[in-house]
Design a protein around this ligand. Structure first.
Ligand code: HEC
Ligand code: HEC
Length: 279
């Protein structure tokens, strides 16, 4: 009989059983719930992402504290992050600090990434290493004032892998890394109050679509989504349709969230049901 090393046997069983490699897990997260492409991939006519130039630099922001463009995060050694070590990429993701010590503007949702499990951080880095390197220099950032960190309560440290067995906790994890509450919590005097206003909506987004205002996604039965069915909530997240079936405006990354697994989407809805009602 053919002999096989234990490692080779496990590798074969893992593939047959459909277990994901870290890079596959990373691709899943980056291309779905994490919506990195929504900011880091350039957009063509009609706001459609140009996936041929995936992650090579994207949207720009000109706000009172900074003027920045989402960086080229392909492995290109000069204009991308090809020369960064794994640890340096993880520090940028969780701490919002570049290898040269300069802090990133808080549009980059690093406050929502402290909760990433070590396994998922490894997976994201593994995937970023596999992306096609593209040479593209984004404009240098301009910083006018520093912005203090503001991490949602409960998301200050990596989630324990064992918590993922709890549907609501897993949903909280996904909603955090999907930075839903960054957009769905109002900015009052330059800061979001995650304790008082979590999910209340009311944040304005200007773009080619005109102005869109994030909605109340708390469990409030009239003002929020408390009276919506699970299917209606899922349809809003993955297809961008309101309860009445009309189309929601950008910039929420519906098409990316649509790539979530059914289990993950279920967990997101289970958590949203627990968000205290606010109006
Ligand atoms: C809401 C928009 C947005 C999302 C979503 C986003 N980023 Fe960013 N990211 C930015 C912006 C803007 C910058 C540049 C900030 C600056 O120059 O200060 C940035 C910077 C970075 C940097 C630093 C690169 C450099 O050269 O300095 C890395 C690494 C990075 N992002 C990775 C990611 C990954 C991986 C994801 C998904 C997990 C992601 N980002 C999601 C907006 C975003
Ligand atoms: C980049 C900002 C942004 C992010 C990130 C975001 N949203 Fe939204 N979302 C919006 C805006 C803006 C609207 C309203 C658009 C409109 O009314 O045309 C919206 C609408 C919705 C609606 C429809 C509510 C209603 O009353 O019609 C739901 C549900 C929703 N978002 C849930 C989520 C969830 C869950 C996540 C994370 C998985 C998320 N959003 C991430 C900006 C965002």
């Amino acid at each position: 009989m053919l002999r096989m090393s234990t490692a080779a046997l496990f590798a074969m069983l893992a593939t047959a059983g459909g277990a994901q490699t870290p890079a596959e897990r990373g691709a899943y997260l980056v291309n779905s719930i994490l919506t990195c492409q929504n900011c880091h991939t350039p957009k063509g006519p009609g706001g459609v992402p140009v996936f041929a130039r995936d992650l090579s630099g994207g949207l720009s922001w000109d706000e009172p504290p900074f003027k920045v463009t989402a960086s080229n995060i392909t492995p290109d050694p000069q204009s991308g992050i090809g020369k960064w070590s794994d640890a340096e990429i993880k520090t940028a993701l969780r701490k919002g600090v570049r290898p040269n010590g300069i802090a990133l503007a808080a549009v980059m949702p690093f406050d929502f990434y402290e909760i990433l499990t070590p396994r998922d951080l490894d997976a994201i880095v593994a995937h970023l290493r596999t992306v096609k390197p593209i040479s593209s220099q984004v404009p240098d950032p301009i910083y006018r004032m520093s912005v203090p960190r503001n991490i949602p309560p409960g998301a200050e440290k990596p989630m324990a892998e064992s918590d993922m067995a709890d549907k609501v906790k897993k949903g909280f994890y996904l909603v955090t890394i999907g930075h839903c509450m960054e957009c769905h919590t109002p900015m009052v005097k330059g800061r979001r109050d995650f304790r008082a206003d979590l999910g209340k909506g009311g944040f304005e987004f200007k773009g080619p679509w005109g102005v869109s205002v994030s909605r109340n996604i708390t469990s409030h039965r009239e003002k929020g989504i408390g009276a919506w069915s699970d299917a209606e909530i899922k349809r809003a997240i993955t297809q961008g349709l309101r309860k009445d079936g009309t189309q929601l405006k950008p910039p929420m990354g519906f098409a990316l969230y649509a790539k979530m697994t059914a289990d993950d989407l279920d967990a997101v809805v289970a958590y949203l049901r627990t968000v205290p009602a606010r109006e």
